[in-house]
Design a binder for this molecule. Structure first.
Ligand SMILES: NC(=O)C1=CN([C@@H]2O[C@H](COP(=O)(O)OP(=O)(O)OC[C@H]3O[C@@H](n4cnc5c(N)ncnc54)[C@H](O)[C@@H]3O)[C@@H](O)[C@H]2O)C=CC1
Ligand SMILES: CC(C)CC(=O)C(=O)O
Length: 364
């Protein structure tokens, strides 16, 4: 990979490569854009096949956070970290503390939280070395694990997408095919089950599937079969790039609405969904509940305030569909326009120099 060329292509600000031999830490912090404020985005730990794959993931995820935070109306920019390693076997305290020191060195330009492969306990380790971490244990006045709130936000956004497709947001009697029943999707399934939806689930980990089958009477299918299911809604809740040339023709669902980041392999796949009449809830709008929740910590966490804001995901998804139908563009393009417009407007309104600029971190 030609890193500078890649960074130039989407105008990334900074990439920080962190190595600590003693703990085995190999981390890449990507900061995409801080026009709106410090970059907030989680830390993913994953067994990447190559360094190149890890860099690509960090860059793509960081850019997604810029759009997510902008579309959610947060005064935050976009960044993300990936740690190379197996989250089940390669974690240790020293690793997360070394990582925390690297974050502290960025002096507030980047704030972290959980993502795939990291937990509240990991954030507690990081917190020992830096102020710039959210999603730590509630005992520290924090909001804790963001996944249940992300799951609730996806549920709320799925209802808005269902309204667009079926004319009603009632999910009782609907069938939802869920890809990956990890932290977020388990919570999503709970809300869907409570409303009376039927669930079809898959995961590469048998224990996760078994839990969903037992708790929600879900039907289990093999991972490669999830795209072919007779379902009203397909909910991708595992990893990215699952909406692609091979999978889109197989979908029977009228709605795609799930938690995973970067669901579209390429931008043209969003156009394809639109042209096929499939209602797609853009990933970074529907899955913004977690970041909305952890961002509230920067004002001193208030759960009611955070949850009220998470409810607005319904309106944001409706707004995206309005723009898409007004301008005859895909929902993904509509969401991008909404986010880019906010960033550009703020870039303009913040151009005057102020000595003591009101900054989200100055309230901590
Ligand atoms: N945790 C959060 O608050 C947020 C998570 N997200 C995104 O949502 C997605 C899920 O996140 P979490 O639930 O936190 O992660 P998780 O790691 O708890 O769950 C992901 C699940 O997907 C499964 N999986 C992986 N590859 C699969 C495949 N090919 N087929 C079927 N299952 C597969 C894993 O075994 C795991 O159970 C990720 O893309 C993440 O970036 C987005 C916003 C916030
Ligand atoms: C997990 C969130 C708190 C932040 C994030 O990284 C995301 O929304 O993808």
């Amino acid at each position: 990979m030609k890193l500078f060329k890649e960074m130039e292509s989407a105008d990334y600000e900074q990439v920080v490569v962190c190595q600590d031999r003693a703990s085995g830490l190999k981390a890449i912090i990507a900061i995409h854009d801080t026009t709106l404020g410090p970059a907030l985005g989680g830390t993913r730990m994953w067994t990447y096949k190559s360094e190149e794959e890890a860099f690509e993931d960090a860059l793509r995820l960081a850019r997604g956070m810029t759009y997510k935070n902008a579309a959610a109306g947060l005064n935050l920019g976009g960044g993300k970290t990936v740690i190379m390693g197996d989250p089940r076997t390669e974690k240790n305290e020293e690793m997360f503390r070394a990582f925390g020191r690297y974050i502290q060195g960025l002096n507030g330009r980047y704030i972290t939280a959980e993502d795939v492969g990291t937990t509240v306990h990991d954030m507690d380790m990081i917190r020992q070395e830096t102020d710039f971490v959210t999603g730590v244990s509630p005992a520290f006045g924090s909001s804790g694990n963001p996944s249940p709130v992300t799951g609730y936000g996806v549920y709320v956004g799925m209802k808005a997408a269902a309204k667009e497709a079926f004319g009603t947001d009632d999910l009782s009697g609907r069938t939802v095919a869920v890809q990956g029943v990890g932290n977020v999707a388990y919570n999503l399934c709970k809300h869907l089950d409570e409303e009376g939806a039927s669930l079809i689930v898959t995961d590469i980990h048998k224990a996760s599937v078994d839990r969903a089958v037992q708790d929600f009477d879900a039907k289990a299918v093999a991972p490669e079969d999830i795209y072919d299911q007779e379902a009203d809604i397909f909910a991708p809740c595992a990893l990215g790039a699952v909406l692609n040339d091979e999978t889109i023709p197989r979908l029977k669902a009228r709605v795609v609405a799930g938690a995973a980041n970067n669901q579209l392999k390429e931008a043209r796949h969003g156009d394809w969904l639109f042209e096929s009449g499939i209602v797609y809830a853009p990933d970074y709008v529907i899955n913004s509940g977690g970041v909305i929740n952890v961002a509230d910590e920067l004002n001193g966490y208030n759960k009611d305030r955070a949850m009220k804001k998470v409810e607005t995901i319904y309106d944001s998804i409706e707004r995206v569909f309005e723009i898409a139908s007004r301008d005859n563009i895909s929902s993904q393009t509509a969401a991008d326009r909404m986010a880019e417009e906010r960033i550009e407007n703020m870039r303009y309104s913040r151009k005057q120099f102020l000595q003591n600029s009101h900054h989200v971190l100055s309230r901590r």
